[in-house]
Design a protein around this ligand. Structure first.
Ligand code: FAD
Length: 388
């Protein structure tokens, strides 16, 4: 009986089995998408008393597929917004830092980010970078946000670098973190279902309760460009090719504003927590849907990584790399920036949360928080609370 399981839950300091205590009157929400965006939304929605949440997705944590971006990410925190007050990144950083410090099973650890501005990228108009973002700005807005921020003195700059900075960041082992998010959601009663949807409004019929959902959160990532009712042609892939190796990167995550190999190639190295290997990147190829790793690009990625970070192979060069796998992920780049807004589509309320390009993890909690606000606007917070 529900009362029994509630008592046991509280004794074990576990969240109560929400599915046992729901009533048909509680706000019923379907989250479409089980990437970092959908899962973080489901978690924050489920933390609010009174919401009944189902996650529906074609791909789930554990899958590796070119249509599913989240598992391929590094992932680390390198603030990218050009916006001086990036709410998404500003609100996410404290939570990721807390998880790294206090929740080891979430799969994050603290690492030092080293951001290098190449001499060749400094132009009279300012700094140009392959990813055209705020990361490489001089005197960046995030110096007040990130701990231990310091500009690098000239003596610490590698050859060919104009300037650079360092700060404390985290690296996320996505193979641990995504399933951890699923577990956190499940503890709060969120249910998970596989489905392939042609139209966003179909999601409303897929709540595990059997009742029609009152609202759908659309966290469909790159596939927002193909989803009926959305068909957002501003969403394109920014192809990221990576090499995952067993070599260790000694606590430093270096990245540069560009490289000599082309405008759509980038350089970064990050060691994942809990034995997740070290990710060598990469590329940022706009409009490119190619799912297979290109061997020539892979060679260039590895060469650049050991040049920038010789510690990886103890001076043995590319031959010293021990490869786990090659991979490709497609960042969901939206030309006008992320879309977080509500919309009534064919009689179904939808709150969109897609188009996070290369910052979906480092903006995840800030964006999900905004989604919760919009859900409250649509469903009415007062209404939800009155149903408790
Ligand atoms: P996805 O992870 O793609 O999830 C979309 C979900 O929607 C999936 O479950 C999919 O099955 C489902 N779906 C879509 N359409 C349908 C449908 N019609 N029916 C059913 N289900 C559907 N970010 C960082 O913050 N830091 C980094 O260091 C970083 N590094 C990156 C490196 C690489 C190489 C890449 C590729 C990305 C990187 N990113 C990084 C970006 C980050 O990975 C993305 O921004 C993020 O994963 C997007 O997540 P999402 O949940 O929006 O989309």
């Amino acid at each position: 009986p529900p009362s029994c399981s509630l008592e046991v839950s509280s004794l074990l300091n576990l969240a109560p089995e929400r599915s046992l205590i729901t009533t048909p009157n509680m706000p019923n929400i379907v989250v479409l998408g089980a990437g970092v965006s959908g899962l973080t939304c489901a978690l924050l929605l489920a933390r609010q008393k009174g919401n009944v949440v189902t996650v529906v997705a074609k791909h789930m944590p554990g899958d590796y597929d070119i249509e599913y971006t989240s598992p391929w990410a590094g992932a680390n925190v390198l603030p990218m917004s050009l916006d001086k007050d990036s709410r998404w990144e500003r609100r996410t950083w404290p939570e990721l830092r807390r998880l790294a410090a206090e929740v080891p099973e979430a799969g994050l650890h603290v690492q030092t980010a080293r951001v290098l501005r190449r001499q060749a990228d400094v132009t009279p108009e300012g700094l140009k970078s392959a990813m055209v973002d705020g990361l490489y700005q001089f005197s960046p807005w995030y110096q007040e946000l990130m701990d231990d921020f310091r500009e690098l003195p000239a003596a610490e700059l590698p050859e060919g670098m104009h300037s650079g900075c360092e700060f404390t960041s985290v690296c996320i082992n996505t193979a641990i973190y995504l399933p951890w998010l699923v577990g956190q959601c499940a503890r709060l009663g969120v249910r998970f279902r596989r489905a392939v949807l042609k139209h966003v409004s179909e999601a409303a019929a897929l709540s595990h309760t059997g009742e029609r959902a009152e609202l759908v959160v659309n966290a469909s990532g790159l596939l927002a460009c193909r989803l009926g009712g959305v068909m957002d042609d501003k969403v394109i892939p920014a192809r990221g090719q990576i090499v995952l190796v067993r070599n260790e990167a000694a606590g430093i995550m270096p990245t540069t504003s560009g490289c000599a190999d082309g405008d759509d190639e980038v350089v970064y190295v990050m060691q994942r927590a809990l034995g997740g290997g070290t990710v060598l990147g990469g590329t940022y190829m706009r409009g490119n849907w190619e799912a297979n790793p290109d061997p020539n690009i892979a060679m260039r990625i590895m060469r650049r990584a050991v040049e920038m970070h010789p510690e990886l192979t103890g001076g043995k060069g590319v031959e010293g790399l021990d490869i786990i796998r090659h991979g490709v992920g497609l960042r969901p780049l939206r030309k006008e920036g992320v879309r977080i807004e509500k919309e009534l589509i064919d009689g179904t309320w939808v709150v969109h949360n897609y188009g996070h390009a290369g910052w979906g993890y480092q903006g995840s909690f800030g964006c999900a928080e905004r989604v919760v606000e919009l859900v409250d606007e649509v469903l009415g917070k007062a209404k939800r609370e009155s149903k408790l």
